[in-house]
Design a protein around this ligand. Sequence first.
Ligand SMILES: [Zn+2]
Length: 108
Amino acid sequence: MTEGLSRGEEEIIENALRRAALNDYPNPDRKDCPAKKLLKRLAAKKLKPTDPVIQHVAECSPCFREMQELRRKLKRNPWLKMFIGGAVLGGVAAFFGWKPSSRTKRDE
Ligand SMILES: [Zn+2]
């Protein structure tokens, strides 16, 4: 199994969410609502299509709206992408033994 979602899996989630957007599920008491960190994971597409959180969000308008908002924030936040990109680059650099502060050999 690979990390992340396949195209088909993403479609399953998108369809479930679209259904929620079309149908209104008011949930004023926020009954059975998942923790915000789970909504964040869903917004970042880090949950499996079989995760019960997805089913809940598909049937809970407040959660759906919250998740949409989190998604917008993720898209709007280039710093987060840069941070992740930088972390990956740093990891690769460290793997190859490169250090950002490597001295020039000027004084030799
Ligand atoms: Zn909910």
